[in-house]
Design a binder for this molecule. Structure first.
Ligand SMILES: Cc1cc2nc3c(=O)[nH]c(=O)nc-3n(C[C@H](O)[C@H](O)[C@H](O)COP(=O)(O)O)c2cc1C
Length: 326
C-alpha cells in the first residue's frame, strides 16, 4: 500500500517525510518518524560541533534501524558550519539520505554521491529551483508551497499550483510539502503528481517532538490565520506564529530597519524560548498555515497510521465510488 517512486528509492513503508527543522528535528523525532514507516530527518544545524553531530547520529541509529536522513541547511542566514566536514561524518556513520536546503548543493554533490548518499533538494516556492536540482543530479526534489512553516521562497506560489507545475516539468521524484497535515492533503498532493509528502508544522505537534507542552497546546488551539510572513525586506521570507515579536519585525521592516535591528528580534536564541520554554511572546517561531488543521498531539506512529488509514478511506470510500457509477 502506498508504494511510490519515493518509498522504493529510500526503502521506506509510507511516502511520508518529516522535513528537517532547526531547533526541533532531533534524535527522538527523527527516529520516531522512521520507526513509524516514514522518513525522519535530523537537522545538522542543531548540533554546534562535529562531535555533537556524530553523537546525535549514533543515538538515532540506536533508536531506529530504519532509514533516516540528515538536513544540511546551506542558507547564508544559517549559523555557518563546515558542511563538508559534517557530510564526511554522516557518510562515516552510514547515513544514506540527505535533504539539502537554502541554496543549491551543486558543490557538495560529488562528495555526497561518492559517499553513496541519495540527495533530496528542497525547492521552496519555485519550479525553477526544482529544475536546477534535477540538472545537478539530485535524486528527488521537495517542492514546498507558500503555505509552509519556515521559508516559503520568493514567489508566493501555493502548493496546489506548485506541486502540479513541478510534476509537469520535472522528471525526478517529487516530494510535496507546504500546508499538508492530514490524509486529505496527502491524497491531494499524490493526485497532483507528488510521489511523497513532507510535513514540518504537523510533526511539531507530536509526542516525540521535544517542544514545550505550552507551545504544542498553542499549535492545537491556533487557526490558519495565526501565522504571518515576515523578513521579506531582507529577501529571506519566513512564516512564523503571530505574536509581539513578529509584529515588531513587520514594523521595523516598514521603517526600513537594517538587518542588525531585525536580528535582535529574529534570533534563534529567542525562538528557543518559544519552542522549549513555552514562552509564546519571547521570539519568532516558525510555523505554517496548516496549524489550523492540527487538533491533537499524537505519537508519530499514531499520526502516520491515521493518515495512511484515512487516505485509504478517502480513495476507496469517497473518490472511487464517485467514478465507479456503472
Ligand atoms: C520550526 C520549523 C523549522 C524549520 N527549519 C528548517 C530547516 O532548518 N531546514 C529546512 O530545510 N527546512 C526547515 N523548515 C521547513 C520544513 O522542513 C518543511 O519544509 C516545512 O515545514 C513544510 O511545510 P509545513 O510547515 O506546512 O509542513 C522548518 C519548518 C519549521 C516549522
Amino acid at each position: 500500500m502506498f508504494e511510490t517512486k519515493i518509498t522504493k528509492l529510500f526503502g521506506i513503508k509510507y511516502p511520508i517525510i518529516q522535513g528537517g527543522m532547526v531547533h526541533l528535528s532531533r534524535e527522538e523525532l527523527t527516529a520516531a518518524v522512521s520507526n513509524a514507516g516514514g522518513l525522519g530527518i535530523i537537522a545538522s544545524v542543531n548540533f554546534a560541533t562535529k562531535e555533537d553531530f556524530r553523537t546525535a547520529l549514533k543515538r538515532v541509529k540506536k533508536l531506529t534501524n530504519k532509514p533516516f536522513g540528515v538536513n544540511i541547511n546551506l542558507s547564508p542566514s544559517t549559523r555557518p558550519v563546515n558542511n563538508e566536514e559534517y557530510i564526511a561524518i554522516l557518510i562515516e556513520e552510514g547515513v544514506k539520505i540527505v535533504e539539502t536546503s537554502g541554496r543549491s548543493p551543486v558543490n557538495l554533490m560529488k562528495q555526497l554521491k561518492d559517499g553513496g548518499v541519495k540527495v533530496i533538494h528542497k525547492a521552496p516556492g519555485g519550479v525553477r529551483f526544482a529544475k536546477t536540482a534535477e540538472e545537478i543530479g539530485c535524486d528527488a526534489v521537495a517542492i514546498i508551497g507558500y503555505e509552509c512553516g519556515g521559508h516559503p521562497g520568493p514567489d508566493d506560489v501555493g502548493s496546489l499550483v506548485l506541486i502540479r507545475a513541478a510534476a509537469e516539468q520535472v522528471k525526478i521524484p517529487i516530494i510535496a510539502g507546504g500546508g499538508i497535515g492530514d490524509a486529505a492533503g496527502m491524497v491531494a498532493a499524490l493526485s497532483l503528481g507528488a510521489d511523497a509528502i513532507l510535513m514540518g508544522t504537523r510533526f511539531m505537534a507530536t509526542k516525540e517532538c521535544t517542544a514545550h507542552p505550552k507551545f504544542k497546546e498553542w499549535l492545537v488551539k491556533a487557526n490558519e490565520n495565526d501565522v504571518v510572513v515576515t523578513q521579506r525586506s531582507i529577501k529571506v521570507p519566513a512564516r512564523s506564529l503571530k505574536n509581539g515579536p513578529s509584529a515588531k519585525v513587520i514594523e521595523l521592516e516598514k521603517q526600513g530597519a537594517p538587518l542588525e535591528e531585525l536580528l535582535k528580534v529574529t534570533s534563534g536564541k529567542l525562538a528557543e524560548k518559544v519552542y522549549f520554554d513555552g514562552d509564546l511572546e519571547a521570539g519568532m517561531a516558525e510555523c505554517g498555515q496548516v496549524v489550523g488543521l492540527i487538533h491533537d498531539i499524537p505519537t508519530c506512529k499514531e499520526l502516520i497510521d491515521r493518515m495512511v488509514k484515512d487516505a485509504q478511506e478517502i480513495i476507496w470510500s469517497k473518490l472511487y465510488p464517485m467514478v465507479n457509477t456503472r
